[in-house]
Design a protein around this ligand. Structure first.
Ligand SMILES: Cc1cc2nc3c(=O)[nH]c(=O)nc-3n(C[C@H](O)[C@H](O)[C@H](O)COP(=O)(O)OP(=O)(O)OC[C@H]3O[C@@H](n4cnc5c(N)ncnc54)[C@H](O)[C@@H]3O)c2cc1C
Length: 417
């Protein structure tokens, strides 16, 4: 495969860019593979890449019922941070941030990772106490996070309204400078291209309809819309549809699936220097490199697979955005959409083995799994290859809902974005 470099770019400039070729193959599914990943989002593609790169498994496939990145990977607001409260979460998300920092070079694909800083606004005494607690806990874990006064927050993000008379007054903010955003499609495409180069078959328009099991209960293969595939290892990374796929193996998951919405404005010149999150209001904002304001809302309050949410959720978010950033109040919104997020009771993910031998699951990322993509794929690949969890994902087992060893980020932050 042609590498991206200055030299190849210059030579293609003289060739009307006709020589790049396809970024990945489009193979027919084989009758059998050593391992099959279900779901061609960022997490599934990353797992396939690390399985091939770090564990030497080359006879593997990723099966995706639609197109690569067509699920939540291509629908999210791309906030990346690792300042979670609990030690287990900080280890997992910071593993991801460290991989993000070298990802474009590793994949030879520009994922446009931009560490412009993530500011989390505190609007009440509870927020102030909670975020300061995060700052202290993060520092103990070697994760950068600092407390800013309202004035310092405004200095970092000049459009911010810190007037004390507004409905959601800003009392201060936590800032993770290593946090930021990345280009979501490029993440899926970069992993797909790099995995394909290592021999992974990436098969789109291939929906998994059933999971086959032998007399001992272990998985033996998959029934797909493109035929039967035999395999002894199946890794499920299907986000909002995890419950549906796992039910095919007879497993009931501790998950609920909710619509989560985002929207973008018309493009404008660079006006917004960082990412701002308001967990109390569920409003998130950054500016894309195209110039659009990228705005995220909270989940709907009802479960659904509809991939569209209630209008009142987005209007509530926009009310808050206009109050916090009055200069945006006359901007027009261009597009809005929804994704289906899979939410666990403690708002932490599940990455690990299941009671079915040969079946592994990576799910429960809820509203906040994009940031974890490289780290999650990395430890999921380890788990599939070695049939045991990596030390980082060991606490994120399915079993924790039986033992009670929860990682309760829901209680810690009221949001897992
Ligand atoms: C509006 C919105 C905003 C968000 N904002 C952020 C954010 O700012 N920061 C952050 O960190 N996270 C965010 N998230 C969450 C994040 O997008 C997800 O946690 C993450 O992208 C999940 O990646 P994935 O690869 O697991 O899932 P997906 O990208 O959804 O991939 C799963 C794939 O599985 C496929 N699939 C499903 N069923 C089958 C089947 N039967 N057979 C074959 N394939 C199947 C789907 O088609 C899909 O492509 C947001 C999510 C949404 C919806």
């Amino acid at each position: 495969m042609r590498r991206f470099s200055l030299a190849s770019l210059v030579s293609e400039a003289f060739n009307a860019h006709q020589g790049w070729g396809r970024q990945w193959r489009s193979p027919e599914p084989k009758a059998s593979y050593q391992a099959v990943i279900v779901g061609g989002g960022g997490h599934g593609l990353a797992a396939a890449y690390y399985l091939a790169k770090e564990h030497g498994l080359r006879d593997i496939a990723v099966v995706e019922r639609g197109w690569l990145g067509g699920g939540n990977t291509g629908r999210n607001t791309t906030i990346i941070r690792s300042n979670y409260l609990f030690d287990e979460s900080a280890a997992l998300y910071d593993h991801a941030v460290k991989l993000w920092e070298g990802l474009s070079a590793d994949l030879n694909y520009n994922v446009m990772f931009s560490q412009r800083g993530v500011l989390m606004l505190a609007h009440n005494t509870h927020d102030v106490q909670s975020f300061k607690r995060h700052v202290y806990a993060n520092r103990l874990n070697g994760v950068d996070n600092e407390w800013l006064s309202a004035e310092e927050a405004k200095e970092f993000c000049p459009p911010l309204n810190i007037s004390p008379d507004i409905r959601y007054p800003v009392l201060g903010a936590a800032l993770q400078r290593r946090g930021g955003v990345a280009r979501h499609d490029a993440v899926a495409w970069g992993y797909a291209r790099a995995a394909d180069a290592l021999g992974v078959d990436i098969i789109q328009n291939c929906e998994v309809k059933a999971i086959n099991r032998g007399p001992d209960g272990a998985v033996t293969g998959l029934e797909t819309s493109r035929g039967t595939i035999a395999t002894r290892k199946i890794g499920v990374s299907t986000a909002g549809h995890t419950s549906v796929v796992m039910a095919m193996a007879g497993l009931r998951m501790p998950l609920e699936s909710f619509p989560l919405q985002a929207l973008v404005s018309e493009p404008v010149k660079p006006v917004f220097p960082c990412v701002v999150m308001s967990n109390a209001v569920h409003a998130y904002i950054s500016q894309s490199d195209k110039g659009e304001l990228v705005i995220g809302a909270g989940t709907d309050q009802y479960v659904s697979y509809s991939q569209q949410g209630g209008l009142h959720i987005t209007t509530h978010t926009l009310d808050a955005i206009c109050e916090l950033f009055p200069q945006f109040s006359r901007m027009r919104m261009l597009r809005s959409w929804g994704g289906i997020v899979d939410v666990t009771p403690d708002r932490s993910p599940i990455i690990g083995k299941t009671p079915v031998p040969g079946l592994y699951v990576n799910c429960g990322w809820g509203t906040g799994g994009f940031k974890a993509t490289p780290g999650s794929g990395n430890v999921f690949a380890w788990t599939i290859a070695k049939d045991e969890p990596h030390r980082i994902n060991a606490p994120f087992s399915l079993d924790r809902f039986r033992t009670g060893y929860l990682i309760d980020e829901a209680a810690a932050a009221a949001v897992a974005h």
